[in-house]
Ligand binder design. Structure first.
Ligand SMILES: Nc1ncnc2c1ncn2[C@@H]1O[C@H](COP(=O)(O)OP(=O)(O)O)[C@@H](O)[C@H]1O
Ligand SMILES: [Mg+2]
Length: 264
């Protein structure tokens, strides 16, 4: 199963990805986190790794090469280790070792990062994300969790073409609710059956019901609520591995719900 975690910048996508990954790992799943947010550099740290993997974009030789390479693998002079990206099926074991960091049953790969100002448009990242996710075979007992870039552009680039579920992270703000509505229609338009929302950074149960009401009006199913967690907040201020208080409990039901069959 492949899950795409989407939402507004700062709503808590990377946090939710980390909580879900930790919970799934403790249940014995082989978890692969795909970092598809080119503007955020700290996912490896909150997942508990000491360094990030080399982004897949780098084995292709940068953004300019990616589109021609994937369109016509024969015509480009690809480095041998980049050929893996042109395979019809990419198993986890096929991913070059420097492009993945791993610990127990938790792995992280990264699509690419914006390293300089004026690097140009982000489309090649979208193309690489889409093609990688399409070809990626998570294997038995495998769970792929994608930390998606903020906003909705990735839908325009077809990145969600091959994911099974979309989880929208919603923080208490009008912007976040509006964006959830747009994500929901785009995901439905892509044909993804399993679209749901998780409330995050919720200060009170009253706010939780108001948010849920707003989401229901937009025909979005809410599968969980993560309250504001001060331990988690402190750990993100300190830097280093994410430490959660109540959020670690609250994520369990969310994972149960994601792993059960699509609601139809
Ligand atoms: N439930 C929560 N309680 C407290 N702080 C949170 C919670 N969820 C996220 N945060 C904090 O909000 C900030 C943004 O979260 P992050 O996961 O980086 O968002 P995104 O990946 O969507 O940009 C981080 O500092 C994070 O620690
Ligand atoms: Mg993030």
């Amino acid at each position: 199963m492949k899950i795409s975690v989407c939402g507004k910048g700062g709503s808590g996508k990377s946090t939710i990805v980390t909580l879900l990954a930790g919970e799934a790992q403790s249940r014995g799943y082989k978890v692969l986190v795909v970092d598809s947010d080119e503007s955020n550099a700290g996912l490896f740290r909150i997942l508990g790794f000491s360094q990030p993997p080399v982004p897949l974009m780098e084995i292709v030789g940068g953004k300019k090469k990616i589109i021609s390479t994937l369109r016509d693998p024969a015509s480009s002079e690809l480095a041998p280790k980049a050929m893996v990206l042109t395979q019809d099926r990419i198993a986890i074991e096929d991913i070059p070792w420097e492009n993945m960091v791993e610990r127990d049953n938790l792995r992280l790969v990264s699509i690419g990062k914006i390293l300089q100002a004026l690097e140009g448009c982000a489309c090649p990242f979208g193309v690489l994300s889409r093609e990688f996710l399409k070809r990626l075979d998570e294997g038995d007992n495998g769970l792929v969790i994608v930390d998606m870039e903020a906003g909705v552009e990735h839908f325009g680039r077809g990145v969600e073409e091959s994911v099974d579920s979309v989880l929208i992270v919603v923080e208490p703000s009008f912007e976040s609710l509006e964006l959830a509505g747009r994500i929901n229609s785009l995901a439905n338009g892509t044909g993804i059956k399993n679209v749901s929302a998780i409330l995050n950074k919720v200060p009170s149960d009253d706010i939780a019901s108001r948010l849920e009401g707003e989401l229901v009006k937009r025909s979005i199913r809410v599968i969980g609520c993560i309250h504001h967690d001060s331990e988690l907040f402190d750990s993100s201020l300190e830097g280093g591995t994410l430490r959660a208080g109540g959020a670690a409990e609250e994520i369990r039901g969310v994972l149960d719900s994601m792993l059960s069959k699509p609601n139809g």
